[in-house]
Write a protein that binds this ligand. Sequence first.
Ligand code: AMP
Length: 284
Amino acid sequence: MPQPIVLDTINALRIWRNAERRAGKRVGLVPTMGALHQGHISLVNAVREEAESVVTSIFVNPIQFAPHEDFSKYPRAFERDLELLGEVDCDAVFAPSVSEMYPEGFATAINLVGPAAVGLEDKFRPTHFTGVATVVGKLLLQALPEVAVFGEKDFQQLAVIRRMVRDLDMGVEILGAPTLREADGLAMSSRNVYLSAQEREKAVVIHQTLLEAAEAAQAGMPLHAIEKEAEGTLSELGFVVDYVAIRDSVTLAEPVDGAKPGSLRILAAAKLGQTRLIDNIAVG
Ligand code: AMP
C-alpha cells in the first residue's frame, strides 16, 4: 500500500481536500486519538466502502479530558500509527498540534442536550461531550468530508454526533461501525494497555455480563432488575461500576413501558483499578 501523506496544518488539509474534490473523489474522515488498534483500522475499511479517498485524523483532544483524567498519560504512538495506516487503504493522516487546533484566544464550544444529557457518560464526565462535539465539529469543517465514521464502541458519542450533525445541518453522512473485540470478547481500546495482566483477564467479564443482560432483556425480565443484577455481578468481582443501563438505542432515554427488545441497547461503564472501561451491545 502507498504510505498516507501526513498533513499537520489545517491549511495543508484544505489544499489536499480540495484537490481530492477536483479529482471527483468523495472524502471519508476517520477521527481518532491515535494509539491505533484493529478497531480503528476497521473504521478506515468501513469508510473506504463509501469514499474514494480516506483521511484519518490523529489528535488527542485536551478539551474532552477533565483535569483529573488521563490526558497527559494517554498512549501516544505516532510512528506505529503511521505504520498501521500504511498497511491499509488510507490516503492521508491529519495530525495537527494542540496550538493549531486551539490557538490562543480560542473561545467557542458546542453545547449539547438530548443524547448528551441522559445520565450515562455525561453524568461521570460532565464536560466530555462538549469537548468531543467541539473537536468533531472543527474536524468536519476543516476536512469537509462527504462521510465520517464513528465506532459503536462509544455508543453515546455516536448518538451525540448524529444529533449534532443533524441539528447544525453539517451535511455529512455519519456511519456507525460495529465494535471490534479481542478473541475473549473484550472491546478493543487504546486504554486496554493500562490494564495489568490480572485486570486484563478480569476485564472480559464486562462483555459477558452485557451478553447475559441482553438475553434476560429478550426473555422479558424487568429492565431495572437486569441492570441491578449486572451491576452486582461486576461489583462483586471488584469493578467500581459507574452504570449498567438499558436504554432506547436512538435517544438513549429510559425505555418506555413495553419497548420492543430490538429497540434497546445495554451500556456499561466501570473502573477496574485505575482503568475506566466502557462497552455496550444491542438487545436482540
Ligand atoms: P478513539 O481513538 O478511542 O477516540 O476512537 C476513535 C474512533 O474509533 C471512535 O469513533 C471510536 O468509537 C472508534 N473505536 C474505538 N474502539 C473501537 C473498537 N474496538 N471497535 C470499533 N471502533 C472503535
